[in-house]
Design a protein around this ligand. Structure first.
Ligand SMILES: Nc1ncnc2c1ncn2[C@@H]1O[C@H](COP(=O)(O)OP(=O)(O)OP(=O)(O)O)[C@@H](O)[C@H]1O
Ligand SMILES: [Mg+2]
Length: 220
């Protein structure tokens, strides 16, 4: 199981939005897709409940860092991590996952919160040793706006790559309610938004592929 944690100390930066979209993309691609929820508010689990039954299945799983039990076998898991996690809990998340996706918005509040978060994870051994690749994702971007440019400058100074830029778009607000993501729509609909995900999906697919290869190597 390839496990991605979507995480930042900062609240409201799009962790649940990105987690749900990613889980739906994995389901649409034919993988077993598990959406793990560490948030006591259970937004991700409730979102799965709202998802129409005709769409590719996403399994919802409640998680607890005090007793972290993760699925194994083939497939992909996305973990929606709540804001403000303490270092110890964060360590459990980092240990249990294969890669970290860190969303942030174009705002000084997000930049400061993310700076603290990046410092914190950089101290954790699996991240420091490069065993947990980190992908920064700029979220709610209005192209060519001054805040978007300021965010690019901020991201350029970080040690982790800015892998994707996602637009500020009404689709994401609707998807939170309807349970229908970009990856559930016909390919011609909202293609511009879907294309913005391509570099992040490629980054994660590449890591998942490497993991699968090493598993085949270990067993075969
Ligand atoms: N790219 C986007 N375009 C438009 N709205 C967005 C986008 N990403 C997120 N939102 C909206 O921003 C709000 C916060 O997003 P979300 O709940 O995903 O953040 P979060 O990081 O999970 O928040 P919390 O820390 O409270 O768990 C939601 O109303 C969501 O619909
Ligand atoms: Mg959330």
């Amino acid at each position: 199981m390839f496990i991605v944690a979507v995480v930042n100390l900062k609240g409201g930066c799009g962790k649940t939005t990105i987690s749900t979209q990613l889980a739906a993309r994995y389901a649409a691609a034919g993988h077993r897709s598990v959406l793990g929820d560490l948030d006591r508010q259970q937004s991700a689990i409730q979102w799965v409940d709202r998802r129409p039954a005709r769409l590719p299945i996403i399994e919802a799983m409640e998680l607890d860092t005090d007793a972290m039990v993760l699925p194994f076998g083939e497939g992909r898991m996305v973990i929606d991590v709540p804001a403000g996690m303490k270092r110890k809990a964060l360590e459990v998340v980092v240990r249990g996952s294969d890669a970290l996706v860190v969303p942030l918005l174009p705002s000084s509040f997000d930049e400061r919160g993310t700076e603290r978060f990046v410092e914190l994870i950089s101290e954790l051994k699996p991240v420091r040793k490069g065993r947990r690749p980190v992908a920064m994702v700029a979220n709610r971007i209005r192209p060519r706006s001054a805040p978007a440019r300021a965010l690019d400058t901020f991201l350029a100074g970080l040690e982790y790559p800015a892998v994707a830029r996602l637009s500020d778009a009404q689709h994401y607000v609707g998807a939170a309610t309807s349970g229908v993501t970009l990856f559930d729509l016909p390919p011609t609909r909202l293609r511009n938004l879907r294309e913005e995900w391509a570099p992040l999906l490629a980054f994660l697919d590449n890591l998942a592929g490497l993991q699968e290869q090493s598993e085949v190597g270990a067993t075969g």
